[in-house]
Design a protein around this ligand. Structure first.
Ligand code: FES
Ligand code: FES
Length: 154
């Protein structure tokens, strides 16, 4: 297959690897964007969530070739000099313990807020169905997403 281009965190990136390469492996192994985690490799935990054209996707279920022409955002690309409001909310609400699930949680929340799907606690909990936290920090994660969603609409 010919090599392909995509934008990752605002930079043009060339992929000419094996057709079977998963997006998560390309991000972590070739680009060293190790903020995208691998928790299960079977599309269950959400640790590998990135944004593809703004939509949260599990990068362990997508081939790198499927990202051709797309804009991918990983946790490394979310903030500038300051923390992104979602990162700040997670920090303020103590919404992480080991932090393993956090990049996926934050990027899933980013998409949720963009779609207006973080209106209340019940909806946030429903939306987080595909993201697991093994430290059982859901209470504060939900609180942080709610706080970030409210700040965004104010
Ligand atoms: S590593 Fe992708 S969903 Fe768990
Ligand atoms: S903070 Fe440890 S897995 Fe969620």
């Amino acid at each position: 297959m010919p090599s392909q281009n995509m934008a990752i965190n605002g930079k043009a990136v060339h992929f000419d690897g094996d057709d079977r390469t998963l997006l998560v492996d390309f991000l972590r192994d070739a680009l060293e964007l190790t903020g995208t985690h691998v928790g299960c490799d079977t599309s269950q935990c959400g640790a590998c969530v990135v944004l593809m054209d703004g939509v949260a996707v599990k990068s362990c279920t997508i081939l790198a070739r499927q990202a051709e022409g797309r804009e991918i955002t990983t946790i490394e690309g979310l903030s500038g000099k300051e923390l992104h409001p979602l990162q700040a909310a997670f920090q303020q609400c103590h919404a992480l313990q080991c932090g393993f699930c956090t990049p996926g949680m934050i990027l899933a929340a980013h998409d949720m807020i963009r779609r207006g799907a973080a209106r209340d606690e019940a909806q946030i909990r429903h939306e987080l169905e595909g993201n697991l936290c093994r430290c059982t920090g859901y209470q504060n994660i939900v609180k942080a997403i709610k706080a970030a969603a409210i700040n965004q609409t104010e």
